[in-house]
Design a protein around this ligand. Sequence first.
Ligand code: UDP
Ligand code: GLC
Length: 381
Amino acid sequence: MKIFFLDQSGKPGGAELCLIDIAKPYQDNCLVGLFADGSFKNLLEENQIPVEILTNNQIQVRKESNLAQGLGSITQLLPLIQKVAKIARNYDLIYANTQKALVVGALASFISRRPLVYHLHDILSPAHFSKTNRMIAVNLANKFASLIIANSLASKDAFIAAGGNPKLTEVVYNGFDSQLYQIDPFETNTLRDNLEITDKFVVGHFSRLSPWKGQHILIEALVKSPPQVIILLVGDALFGEKDYVDKLHQQVAKLGLENRVKFLGFRDDIPQLMAACNLIAHTSTAPEPFGRVIVEAMLSAKPVIAAKAGGAVELIEPGIDGFLVTPGEPEELAQVITSCVENPDTTNQLAISAKQNASKRFDVSIINQQIAKLLQQFSSN
Ligand code: UDP
Ligand code: GLC
């Protein structure tokens, strides 16, 4: 089967990293079309996945756009839609991986008469998207998509609550290669030495720096955590959230935590860094659609504390393979961190169960089989 994948981002967010795993089995028969240049293109090339940048014009529509702005940007997209429709004629299927890809893919699928699959990586709720954006996404998906793959039950439920067609929607979780998270302890010790964290209790936070990812909540919790606790913030502002980055640095300075918070920026050695942590925290203040970092922490056999909302609730069974805390509550987070520092044996036992459970539930080869089965109906062979 020949698949034309579409993604709006030039940078590798979670939806893009997930797309690499989905496109890989089709690498001899697919093309990934991007609406922006950037390091995501390099990652696809490293994975031998054919990729083309389809436009150099920035697409103006934002998560909070109103109707006039939304419709205005559709007009602006016409040349791109025509280009996508032309390329799509050489493929069996258009697979839209992001919301702007859905807008372009929907109209291109109509023009080219190719079926459309929409991979929904978002929770289409007021906390994340304007009414206009929700309306555009739901209507286009209902009218043009033959299948909607939601990354969690939470994303599926929000889509249906926003008017999405339940009959079109299937849940498929992100898949992971658990082998990547087996790190040599010698390598981990060297990394801890290099980062000067050898004798610390290291809480890692792995995420782009963005207000709803809640790095500020973890920094606030640090004040109430035991003195040997330090934080590694891994990630950068991927989508223009520079003000938030400045605020985080100011917060650290104001609280006098400069020696206990390290900003590592965007990294591509996530399994190695996770192995160097004692605990991993996920602190999103709005419901997380899926939460790749939570599964990655589990596969790294690290105890994980996640914000109890959205997809996170489907990933962790509290007290069995992780901890869930109320989103946006630094006091509660500090209490759980403290309890993990004080009870290493029970916490590590839980982390071992997490690794076992996550390796089974999110095995990339099983997830890819689920997707292949769903896509089979679109094969022309
Ligand atoms: N990530 C990364 N480098 C970083 C920070 C994060 O490669 O410096 C990865 C992380 O390992 C995860 C993805 O980015 O696979 C983020 O996905 P997630 O689903 O957690 O959140 P998103 O940013 O997509 O909302
Ligand atoms: C999106 C979501 C994130 C999810 C990822 C992969 O980026 O924000 O929660 O894990 O897609 O599906």
